[in-house]
Design a binder for this molecule. Structure first.
Ligand SMILES: Nc1ncnc2c1ncn2[C@@H]1O[C@H](COP(=O)(O)OP(=O)(O)OP(=O)(O)O)[C@@H](O)[C@H]1O
Length: 357
C-alpha cells in the first residue's frame, strides 16, 4: 500500500469540484436537523465533517446519498445535480459506509465485495440465469476486481470467511472494500474508526490516505479529533445543523466557537442561542409573575385574617395559599409546555424512517 501523508491542501486548491452541496436543509416535522449547509469536496481532497452528537452530520450524509430527500437545497456530483435516489447516487460515483456496520453477515467476505460491484456489471438477468459466456467473463472480472480490493484493504487471506466471523475492525475494512467496489469518485465514511483501538485507527488512517492516492476524494465524519486533524485537508464543523466553521485543521482548532460548541459554553451568535435566550426570558417572566401573585394572595390572606382577628389561623391559611401559588407556579409552566413538546415529539416520531445511521 503506497501512502502519502502530506495534506496536499495547495495541490487541491485549484482541483475540479467533485461534490457540491448547496443550501442543504433537512427538517423532520418541527426539528431542523440540517440548516442551509454548503459544502464542496474537490478532486484529491480528504474533507472532515465534525460536530457534537446530534449536530446533523449523518443526516447531511443521508441527504448527499439520496437516503433523505432534502427539504431544500441540492447536491451535485462532478457538475450534475443528483436525483435523491441511493442507487442513482451510487451509479453516479458516490459510495458510502455506515456508522452502524451493514454487512451481509452470512455471506463470505468476497461475496460482500461482489455485492458492491453490481452497479458496475452490465450483464442482464437472462445472461446471469443462463450463465452464458458473457456472464462468466463478467463474473471472472468482478471476482478479480473484488480480490484486488480485498488485497488493498488487507483482507485477501480472509476472502472465504463469513463476514460475521471477522473481528470488528476488519468488518469496518470490509465495508470500505465493498464501497470501493462500485468504483466511486467520492467515498463518504461515517465514523470509520468507531470502536477501534489505536493501532486499528492508525491502519485506517493509512487506508484513507491510500484511497485518496488512488484518486478517490473522501468526506469523513469522525469523533476522533486526532484522526481528523491528521488526515484532512479541510474540516467543516456542524453545530445544531448549521455549518459553524470550515478551514484547515489549524483554523478549526484555533476557533473559540468550536471549542465552545464542544464544551457546551454558549457564545455570541451561536446557532439556537436566540431561541434559548427567548425561552429563558419567558421562564423568568413566568416565575416573576407567579411570585408576585403569591405575594399578593398572601398579603390578602393576612388582611382577611387580621380583619377576622384570628392571627394564628390566618397565618396558616396565608402560608397554605402561598404554597399553592408556588406549587402552581412550579408546576404550571411545564404543564402548559408539555403538550407542545409532546406534539413536537410525535411529529418527530412520525417522520422517523428507522435506522439511517
Ligand atoms: N429520521 C429522523 N427523524 C427524526 N429526527 C431525526 C431523524 N434522523 C435524525 N434526526 C434528528 O436529527 C438530529 C441530527 O441527528 P444526526 O444523527 O444527523 O446527528 P449526528 O451529528 O450524526 O450525531 P452523532 O454524532 O451522534 O451520530 C438529531 O436531533 C436527531 O434526533
Amino acid at each position: 500500500m503506497t501512502t502519502t501523508t502530506e495534506t496536499g491542501a495547495a495541490k487541491t486548491a485549484t482541483a475540479a469540484t467533485v461534490l457540491d452541496a448547496s443550501g442543504v436543509t433537512m427538517r423532520f416535522g418541527g426539528l431542523t436537523a440540517v440548516r442551509n449547509v454548503d459544502l464542496t469536496v474537490r478532486e484529491g481532497e480528504i474533507v472532515g465533517l465534525i460536530g457534537p452528537n446530534g449536530a446533523g452530520k449523518t443526516t447531511f450524509f443521508n441527504c448527499l446519498t439520496g437516503l433523505y430527500v432534502p427539504t431544500e437545497g441540492q447536491v451535485s456530483y462532478k457538475g450534475t445535480v443528483l436525483p435523491p435516489k441511493p442507487h442513482l447516487v451510487t451509479q453516479a460515483g458516490i459510495a458510502r459506509t455506515f456508522q452502524n456496520i451493514r454487512l451481509f453477515s452470512n455471506m463470505t467476505v468476497l461475496e460482500n465485495v461482489l455485492v458492491g460491484r453490481h452497479t458496475r456489471t452490465k450483464e442482464g438477468l437472462w445472461s446471469a440465469l443462463l450463465r452464458g459466456p458473457g456472464f462468466k467473463k463478467a463474473e471472472a472480472a468482478s471476482r478479480e476486481r473484488a480480490m484486488e480490493l480485498l488485497e488493498f484493504v488487507g483482507l485477501a487471506s480472509k476472502a472465504e470467511h463469513l463476514a460475521r466471523n471477522l473481528p470488528y475492525g476488519e468488518q469496518r475494512k470490509l465495508e470500505i472494500a465493498r464501497a470501493l467496489a462500485s468504483d466511486p469518485g467520492l467515498l463518504l465514511l461515517d465514523e470509520p474508526t468507531a470502536g477501534m483501538n489505536q493501532s486499528e485507527t492508525r491502519t485506517t488512517e493509512e487506508l484513507v490516505f491510500a484511497i485518496r492516492d488512488r484518486g478517490i476524494a473522501v468526506l469523513v465524519i469522525e469523533h476522533d479529533m486526532k484522526f481528523i486533524f491528521k488526515l484532512c485537508d479541510r474540516v467543516a464543523v456542524l453545530v445544531q445543523g448549521e455549518k459553524l466553521v470550515e478551514g484547515t485543521a489549524e483554523v478549526v482548532q484555533g476557533d473559540e466557537r468550536v471549542v465552545a460548541a464542544y464544551l457546551g459554553t454558549p457564545y455570541e451568535g451561536a446557532p439556537g442561542a436566540a431561541e434559548v435566550a427567548e425561552v429563558e426570558a419567558a421562564e423568568a417572566h413566568a416565575e416573576a409573575e407567579a411570585a408576585a401573585e403569591a405575594t399578593a394572595e398572601a398579603a390578602e390572606a393576612t388582611d382577611d385574617a387580621e380583619a377576622e382577628d384570628a392571627p394564628a389561623d390566618a397565618d396558616a391559611d396565608a402560608d397554605a395559599d402561598s404554597d399553592d401559588a408556588e406549587a402552581e407556579a412550579d408546576g404550571g409552566a411545564p404543564a402548559d409546555a408539555a403538550p407542545a413538546d409532546a406534539d413536537a415529539a410525535d411529529e418527530q416520531h412520525s417522520t422517523t424512517e428507522g435506522d439511517s445511521k
